[in-house]
Design a protein around this ligand. Structure first.
Ligand SMILES: Cc1cc2nc3c(=O)[nH]c(=O)nc-3n(C[C@H](O)[C@H](O)[C@H](O)COP(=O)(O)OP(=O)(O)OC[C@H]3O[C@@H](n4cnc5c(N)ncnc54)[C@H](O)[C@@H]3O)c2cc1C
Ligand SMILES: *[C@@H]1O[C@H](CO)[C@@H](O)[C@H](O)[C@H]1NC(C)=O
Ligand SMILES: *[C@@H]1O[C@H](CO)[C@@H](O)[C@H](O)[C@H]1NC(C)=O
Ligand SMILES: *[C@@H]1O[C@H](CO)[C@@H](O)[C@H](O)[C@H]1NC(C)=O
Ligand SMILES: *[C@@H]1O[C@H](CO)[C@@H](O)[C@H](O)[C@H]1NC(C)=O
Length: 532
């Protein structure tokens, strides 16, 4: 009888859909979910076909690059919005059984949109319902589900304590699932290292549909999902993190130097000192082409976070970095949570509750790339860089200082290999507002040109790149016969040889059928290269 009702239900949904365009993948998922005993009322609430009136709203809700919100962007044939773990398990089993690529999305901030775009047939597993956060003051830890956003996490910590924080990204709408599984860094990097340096447990669904924690997945897989990219290994349900102490008062500052205000001097000295200075200090530099008094030039903006008060900060910058010209009035002292708001560009009247807002004010067309700098660029080099930026037009650079504890953590501790020896990381950044292929082409050409110009100044063999600054220019895989050779091209840049090899071995064991694949996933070893 039950079987009959189920069959009837499937037929009913089928006929409902038959009036619209055919939905073979969606129909197969419907059937597969029903066969796996997911109750019907749940299925109709968690599976969206393109004919569903809410499909577009759900799809664009977590698109964070307008480049992939245009009519020509390939769309998924189904969106799955699980609310409980068994839905995730069944999603994995069904996508495996049906041979359909499954894209996992948490906060949707992937710069190349690979959590919700593909040129092959695909479905999206959208984790936004998994967003609970439980902070425990006793052991200074928290369990955070993958669909929670960093801002929500910071808020929930602050709600309980103003002397605990967490070293993760500065953009509050970034999702936990992608951010942590890809490494994660923020403005406490020099003091506390990466986000993944503070992960102590996890819950995932693996390629067999099993729900595993650290103990049951084992240390290899647990290592891989702390920087190797979750999407190659399974669906991250949640991470358990260790919180870090922050002082009751921290200091922030922002100092601007135009080209004619010794910007080159200041950036030059930044490179000499910034990886060796007090670990409580982190300084980001923005280099932006601007027009002042109708002349095109470059402005350097130094944005700082100091884990202490201004009276302790000023002697440090005065003695080691006087070219910055930091003065007491430039400094603002505030609780750590307010520094989070400051770094996210909210004005100083904004309440921390803004961190609970899951939707950013605006979304740009954008492209990003990354590099690592291991030797200071000479002044002549900086001069030529500034000129090149003016010549190119719109591309900006962001320098994030390294050193501190980053230099003490071994490269093999996590998949993220860019530790000792780096002075700073560069993010190349271009945003635009014009829609259309011509604009995309123009700005992407600009950013590639600056990247090419920087070749002599940055890391080599491999030219390193940060996984979370996703850049499909550095190589992609079609996940077919040559995927190992293809994967090596981007894999060595993101992970360097030793960590890449380890990731490949783990991948080959935990997901030999490559269920979890994308344009830059970790490849499995070719069959001939596997040990019995
Ligand atoms: C405005 C902005 C600011 C940023 N600032 C910082 C910063 O300060 N520091 C920093 O380190 N990075 C920063 N980033 C980069 C950011 O860390 C990465 O884009 C990160 O991967 C985003 O995670 P997400 O969950 O939002 O993205 P998504 O697009 O949802 O996912 C990114 C990748 O992770 C995979 N993934 C997502 N969720 C899961 C899951 N649950 N299980 C398995 N795989 C999953 C996706 O399939 C995809 O491959 C920033 C990005 C943006 C757009
Ligand atoms: C995506 O496009 C739709 C329709 O043009 C628009 O309403 C929405 O605001 C856009 N969202 C983003 C994130 O760009
Ligand atoms: C937080 O606690 C609630 C209630 O015990 C539980 O339902 C939820 O799954 C927990 N969240 C995480 C991320 O562990
Ligand atoms: C722009 O012009 C004003 C007025 O002449 C001058 O005070 C200022 O220093 C100039 N700024 C730059 C960056 O040249
Ligand atoms: C807030 O910012 C305004 C202007 O940006 C400034 O005048 C004011 O002093 C600031 N207030 C605090 C408490 O820092």
């Amino acid at each position: 009888m039950e079987k009959f009702v189920a069959l009837f239900f499937i037929l009913f949904l089928y006929f409902l859909n038959a009036f619209a365009s055919p939905q073979p993948v969606y129909d197969s998922f419907l059937q597969c979910f029903a066969q796996n005993k997911i109750p019907r009322d749940q299925i109709s609430r968690i599976l969206y076909s393109p004919n569903n009136p809410s499909f577009t709203t759900v799809l664009v809700s977590y698109i964070r690059n307008r480049r992939f919100n245009v009519s020509t962007t390939p769309k998924p044939s189904t969106i799955i919005t699980p609310t409980v773990e068994s839905h995730v398990t069944v999603s994995v089993l069904c996508s495996k059984q049906l041979g359909v690529q499954i894209k996992i999305r948490s906060g949707g901030h992937d710069y190349e949109g690979i959590s919700y775009v593909s040129d092959k047939d695909f479905v999206i597993l959208d984790m936004f319902n998994f967003r609970s956060i439980n902070v425990s003051l006793e052991d200074q830890t928290a369990w955070v589900q993958s669909g929670a956003l960093l801002g929500e996490l910071y808020y929930r910590i602050w709600e309980k304590s103003n002397v605990l924080g967490f070293p993760a990204g500065v953009c509050p709408t970034v999702g936990v699932g992608g951010h942590i599984s890809g490494g994660g860094y923020g403005n406490m990097l020099r003091k506390y290292g990466l986000t993944v340096d503070h992960v102590i447990d996890a819950r995932i669904v693996d390629a067999k549909g099993r729900v595993l924690d650290r103990k049951s997945m084992g240390e290899d897989l647990f290592w891989a999902i702390r920087g190797g990219g979750g999407a190659s290994f399974g669906v991250i349900l949640a991470y358990k993190i260790k919180l870090v102490p922050v002082p009751p008062i921290v200091t922030v500052f922002r100092v601007e130097r135009n080209y004619n205000e010794n910007a080159v001097e200041a950036v030059s000295k930044y490179q000499q000192v910034i990886d060796k200075i007090d670990n409580d200090l982190f300084i980001r530099v923005l280099l932006q082409p601007i027009t002042v008094n109708s002349t095109r030039s470059v402005r350097a903006t130094f944005i700082g976070l100091f884990l202490g008060n201004a009276d302790r900060l000023l002697p440090i910058t005065d003695s080691q970095f006087p070219e910055l010209g930091l003065k007491k009035p430039d400094c603002t002292e505030m609780p750590w949570i307010n520094s989070v708001l400051y770094w996210a560009n909210f004005d100083n009247t904004t309440s921390p509750s803004v961190l609970l807002n899951r939707t950013p004010d605006s979304v740009n067309f954008l492209k990003r790339k990354s590099d690592y700098v291991k030797t200071p660029i000479a002044k002549e080099g900086l001069e030529s860089l500034f000129n090149k930026m003016v010549e190119i037009g719109k591309v900006g650079l962001v320098f994030n200082s390294y050193g501190g504890i980053m230099s003490q953590i071994p490269e093999s501790a996590t998949p993220f290999p860019h530790r000792a020896g780096n002075i700073y990381k560069i993010q190349y950044s271009v945003n635009w507002k014009e829609e259309g292929e011509a604009a995309d082409k123009n700005y992407i050409k600009q950013i590639r040109e600056l990247y090419s110009f920087m070749t002599p100044f940055v890391s080599k063999q491999p030219r390193e790149a940060y996984l979370n600054y996703r850049d499909l220019d550095i190589g992609t895989s079609d996940n077919s016969k040559n995927s190992y050779e293809q994967g090596k091209v981007y894999g060595l840049k993101y992970f360097k040889p030793n960590n890449f090899d380890r990731l490949v071995k783990i991948k080959t064991i935990v997901d030999p059928d490559n269920v979890f694949r994308n344009e830059q996933s970790i490849p499995v070893l070719p069959v001939g290269g596997r040990k019995a």
